[in-house]
Design a binder for this molecule. Structure first.
Ligand code: ADP
Length: 519
């Protein structure tokens, strides 16, 4: 039930009760006996007298103030009120106007006023029940949530289809992924081209890749290219502590999507619901299984004419339930990986579109220095550089800001407030130089780009080496050299000071993880 109806209903109830009370205050006439009434009539105090011949009751309205009213009863008998008054000696000039058979109207209206709140309450109850029934919630169990309105409904913000302004041009790099998705755009635009030949429209596409690589952006771009509505929801929103709520949400989601077809449903973090069934990890298993089943049922229920395509994103395709990946469900997988050098420089260019750069700035140089950065990191980098330039009152972004932004993205902002003793600075300096020297001496580590002993985040300092090429294959000697490089700081501390500090703990973690994966 919408908030507006609820507020409107409460307003009606309050208003009618207030009216009831106010009308009671003004309309209640004072009771007087017939003798007093006659006396007042003889004095010419009344403008009108309203009669009710059934029970001979009368309301006498004062001449001076119409809100002053008296109630009385005139003697029963054959005589009419005017005759009785005439006999009682009320003279012509003082004679009130007599209105016959005016039933005691104010009282009747007051009575009706009492009905209004009751009717309104019933109406509210009716709307409430209906909204719950529509959302599919509350039907299921006594266990389910009661009282919380629209509990199972996906909140309006999520379900309102966005017309996205994003196109493939906004997604840089990721060319293979774009090619794969191009086909989906075609399906959405001209389904008949495919259905004529008996081709089945794909129902689900799984976008697999680490966080920040642009999976959401790609899904939006598909919707933008095809010019269809984009409904997005996160897998974790389906997972509730109440069994059955997640499934009801899925039903609701697909129901609405079908009404809007052609459209795209985007489920982010699908692994939150799509994990292998039966594995006990993570708790809430029963609820998750029901939700997962419901998604599968809904997808199976699409007929060949339903032009709704579900795009789902995950960084863990390996933990997904095999039923998820069967033909007819998420049978297409699109890999979206961290960008390579070319990809990085294109992404930087996309995000530099609205930002003025110094004339000499070479974004490719920045791309070279940022191996392992995701698209989101690079977007963040450009933004940080713009903020830094603004803080320095510059009108365009220079190389120094870009390079500083890299440090900020890697290690967090400078910690100027942290007080570092001279001795700590010396130790950090030796430590970093140790890394740098080893990097120079071994064969397989790229040249040192930057050494810093400015504290950032939790790090005291760092030594950054460039990445000559993007590598996916590493040889044994490369890995060994890299481990030596990582331990350079540790060795330098030992050599200079005869003992080590807690500084290299991070290095040792890295070396351990490399050694472990080598095994
Ligand atoms: P994911 O869904 O994979 O976690 P997002 O799509 O949410 O990542 O990406 C976050 C942001 O990073 C995007 O809004 C965009 O600004 C930037 N981004 C990521 N990949 C790219 C790319 N290939 N081209 C341009 N911008 C990108």
């Amino acid at each position: 039930m919408s908030k507006k109806i609820l507020i409107g209903g409460i307003a009606i109830i309050v208003l009618s009760l207030a009216l009831y009370l106010v009308s009671g205050a003004t309309a209640q006439p004072t009771r007087i006996n017939w003798g007093e009434a006659v006396k007042k009539a003889q004095n010419g105090e009344f403008a009108t007298i309203e009669t009710n011949s059934n029970n001979h009751s009368i309301i006498l309205v004062s001449k001076s103030d119409s809100s002053v009213r008296f109630a009385s009863v005139y003697p029963a008998g054959k005589a009419k009120l005017d005759e009785i008054l005439d006999k009682a000696g009320v003279t012509q000039d003082k004679f009130p106007q007599i209105e016959n058979d005016v039933s005691n109207s104010p009282d009747r209206w007051r009575g009706m006023l009492l009905f209004v709140p009751i009717i309104t309450m019933f109406a509210l109850l009716f709307f409430y029940m209906r909204s719950r029934r529509e959302s599919g919630g509350g039907l299921r169990t006594g266990r389910g949530p009661s009282g919380a309105m629209g509990f199972t409904r996906n909140s309006g913000k999520l379900i309102v289809p966005q017309r996205v302004g994003v196109t493939f041009q906004d997604v840089a790099g990721a060319d293979e992924a774009k090619q794969e998705l191009e086909e989906i755009v075609e399906f959405l635009k001209q389904p008949e081209r495919f259905t004529k030949l008996g081709a089945r429209i794909p129902k689900g596409v799984l976008l697999v890749g680490p966080p920040g690589t642009g999976k959401t952006l790609l899904a939006k771009a598909v919707a933008g290219e095809a010019n269809v509505p984009f409904i997005s929801i996160s897998g974790s929103e389906f997972v509730e502590i109440y069994v059955g709520v997640g499934a009801a949400r899925v039903r609701d989601l697909f129901e609405r999507a079908k009404k809007m077809a052609p459209c795209i449903i985007f489920i982010d973090e699908v692994d939150a619901v799509g994990r292998k069934r039966g594995s006990r990890a993570g708790g809430g298993t029963e609820e998750r299984e029901q939700t997962l089943n419901q998604i599968l049922v809904e997808m199976d229920g699409f007929d060949s004419q339903t032009n709704v395509i579900v795009l789902a994103a995950t960084n863990r395709a390996d933990v997904l339930d095999p039923a998820f990946l069967r033909p007819g469900r998420f049978d297409r997988q699109v890999m979206v990986d961290n960008p390579d050098y070319m990809g990085r420089s294109q992404i930087l260019k996309v995000h530099a579109r609205s930002k003025p750069l110094d004339s000499g700035v070479d974004l490719e140089r920045i791309a070279k220095q940022t191996p392992g950065f995701s698209g989101a990191d690079l977007a963040n980098l450009m933004n940080e550089a713009a903020i830094l330039s603004a803080r320095r009152n510059k009108t365009s972004i220079g190389l120094s800001e870009l390079e500083e932004a890299i440090d900020r993205v890697v290690a967090g902002p400078e910690r100027k407030s942290r007080i570092i003793s001279e001795r700590e600075k010396v130790i950090t300096a030796y430590h970093e130089v140790g890394h740098a020297l080893v990097a120079k001496l071994v064969k397989n580590v790229d040249p040192v780009q930057k050494i810093s002993i400015v504290a950032r985040g939790r790090m005291g300092g760092y030594t950054r080496v460039g990445a000559g090429d993007d590598r996916t294959l590493w040889t044994r000697s490369q890995l060994e050299d890299f481990m030596a490089f990582a331990l350079g700081g540790h060795a330098a501390e030992e050599l200079m000071f005869g003992e080590v500090t807690t500084g290299p703990s991070n290095d040792i973690e890295r070396v351990t993880s490399i050694a472990r994966s080598m095994v």
